[in-house]
Write a protein that binds this ligand. Sequence first.
Ligand code: CTP
Length: 472
Amino acid sequence: MPEQNHKQALQNPIFKILSEASRELGVDCYVIGGFVRDYLLQKRIPKDIDVVAVGSGIDLAKKVASKLPGKPKISIFRNFGTAMIKHKDLELEFVGARKESYHRHSRKPVVEDGTLKEDQERRDFTINAMALSLNNADFGDLSDPFDGVSDLEKKVIRTPMEPGITYSDDPLRMMRAIRFATQLDFSIELKSLQAISEHKDRIKIVSKERIVDELHKILKCKKPSVGFSLLHQTGLLHYILPELTALEGIEEVEGQRHKDNFWHTLEVVDNISKATDDIWLRWAALLHDIGKAPTKRFDKKIGWTFHAHEFVGSKMVYKLFKRMHMPLNEKMKFVQKMVRMSSRPIVLSEEFVTDSAVRRLVFDAGEHVDDLMTLCEADITTKNPRKQNKYKNNFILVRQKIIEVEERDHIRNFQPPISGEEIMEAFDLKPSREIGIIKEAIKEAILEGEIPNEYEAAREFMLKKARDLGLN
Ligand code: CTP
């Protein structure tokens, strides 16, 4: 196939500098990988530029840096033979063309110098192996020996070599295949999919951080379920997030069935992805039902139950984050809180929505009450239109009431209107149990709607409560 010219992709002056530097060194160089792929997909021109030199990538990086204004710093990774320069909003990665094979038990490559084609062949996918020449003689020409362009047209993820070799060389690529399929809405070639299933256990040698990085990228997609069902179909998910695969299946006892909580979860994740880009809220959707596997019971009178699954699930969130080397900070606490509270608005929406129930919800969820509502709305996956309408309308009502109650009572960031000190002063008390009782009673009266969340009303209530306790 005649290779096309794509000078228009290379209009940024940086490419002329790269070209000059490589000519002066007498090594050929090319831009390769994601830059070429995304440009050909007619996405915007990417800011990450991977450059491959048929020679030393580090030497080329040094030459380029010496030509750039301000002589930017080069980060050199000698072990990998790579270098990186940040220039304006661009990130340039340099590598020497190589052929390489990997040790069986690690992702550390044994590197040998190679030609451009050898370098392209050892890359993950045909759509990531296309290169544009930066050399004077054929500046902008596309080199595509594995037919990445037609794979872009056919929307297929395919490996340049036998997929088994590509994946076992670097098992992270199994997740990358699934991630690209999800991001780009491509399918994975059958042979490749089979190879992933066959080599799935090799994912064990990949660091947790890299796995999570790919999971984040899948979760950021428009329809994350595509990626999670591929992870499930290939068996990778069982190694990565067994808490999720444990939710799969429908059991029937005495004619009573429960829903398949795995597929339900994927629907919830897709639903929430239409409503929010917040990655942690999407994580909450993914994990909101994980407590259902360990808590599932069958009771002759009530049928299937998942008693306290929200609480159990929130404990599991901590263990999962820890195992996956994810942050154990306020993000994790947020996910835990969402999981723990995930049934609260649902219970509300099933019955008549009272002001006091809404006030309690706002009090407990605090600043995250809107996120919680978003999660619960996404959780409606019933196919029964009557039920669906009922839940949706009730949630609209709950949202309205949240606004009304908030305007009136300011519960979201609740501060007790009467402090402990004031109670001590009013009744000449030392720190004691009674103060706690009075404070709690004031809070309860506000949440129940007996008194407004105002100082005067709270003070009057305090005096009455103290009388009841025999304090004045
Ligand atoms: N690559 C590879 N195997 C990997 C990782 C990367 O062969 N496990 C190659 C691919 O050619 C890829 C290039 O290195 O295109 C750059 O990798 P990276 O920056 O991680 O990915 P991009 O393709 O640029 O895509 P994205 O930025 O969306 O991850």
